[in-house]
Design a protein around this ligand. Structure first.
Ligand SMILES: [Fe+2]
Ligand SMILES: [Fe+2]
Length: 298
């Protein structure tokens, strides 16, 4: 009988994730493993399996968010907070197809057509998602084009820079870890999260196109499943690099979300007004029946 696959990755010099195809996950200490002559002291070299690869990837995200677990902001949802989330959604998706194609071109040149084809496909799937965020902003009565042209939320900047840099690397496999992290988090959003935003909006306003498509109800679930299967099929060195980048991206994402969610309503409104060059339209920011001060989770 075949033994279940075990995979492991050091995400920091002191922390490794060890995952078994049958479901168990352990955290280890790479330094201790070396002195104890553990089988996990050296980097893994074997083939991957979906069951263990997904646990490494999700373990990396959990560890990244655990770093700020105790100081995680949980503000009440508001339209202004949702507008900022949509601006962030725009900026994290507008360059995605171009960046993924650049990375695909690099893998084609490196003689890795399977990685190039995967990234090309992802670029196709992600095309137009920035437009969904702009449409949602328009539905809220906000000039989305003007807002995104003059405003990138501080917490989003490091993420965008990271993805740009990853896709420009000589061996840009890390961009898969970054994308997985963002898509996996998005796929956790449930119908209740969408309903919560709908409840904030004026009757008849549909401003949840981006959210729906990047939730458990949209294409994100399929993207996540495809990525897990693809990563599991890659050589060990690639899987190691992807899991490490998933962890690094989770740290950036957790930190960036928190930065934005900790802002007061007054600060958010001021930032939006400065970018628009005018006070945001009252219709959008004072929905009927909702007390001012409520904000959606990003
Ligand atoms: Fe997307
Ligand atoms: Fe996606």
């Amino acid at each position: 009988m075949r033994q279940p696959t075990i995979e492991w990755v050091n995400v920091t010099p002191d922390l490794s994730i060890i995952a078994c195809e049958s479901g168990e996950v352990w955290l280890g200490n790479p330094r201790a493993a070396r002195t104890e002559f553990s089988p996990f002291a050296a980097p893994m070299t074997g083939a991957g399996a979906v069951g263990s690869t997904v646990r490494l990837l999700d373990g990396a995200i959990n560890l990244g968010f655990a770093a700020i677990e105790n100081c995680l902001a949980r503000p009440e949802p508001t339209i202004a907070g949702y507008v900022v989330a949509l601006v962030g959604a725009y900026h994290t998706s507008v360059d995605t197809p171009r960046n993924l194609r650049r990375a695909a071109g690099r893998f084609a040149a490196l003689g890795r057509p399977e990685v190039a084809a995967y990234l090309e496909e992802r670029a196709r799937e992600e095309t137009g998602h920035d437009r969904l965020a702009l449409k949602d902003l328009r539905a809220l009565g906000v000039d989305g084009e003007r807002l995104v042209a003059h405003y990138m939320p501080e917490g989003i900047k490091p993420l965008c820079r990271r993805f740009d840099a990853l896709c420009l690397e000589d061996y840009p496999i890390g961009c898969i870890g970054y994308s997985y992290c963002l898509e996996r988090i998005a796929a956790l959003k449930q119908e209740t999260d969408i309903e919560r935003v709908r409840a904030l909006c004026a009757d008849g306003t549909d401003a949840t196109r981006f959210l729906r498509s990047h939730s458990s109800l949209g294409s994100e679930v399929a993207h996540v499943e495809e990525t897990i299967a693809f990563v599991a099929s890659l050589p060990a060195n690639d899987r190691i690099r992807i899991v490490q980048e998933t962890y690094a991206s989770a740290l950036l994402l957790a930190d960036g979300y928190n930065h934005e969610l900790l802002k007061s309503e007054a600060t958010i409104l001021e930032e939006i007004a400065r970018a628009l060059g005018e006070t945001p339209p009252c219709r959008s920011f004072s929905p009927v029946g909702e007390p001012p001060g409520a904000r959606p989770a990003a």
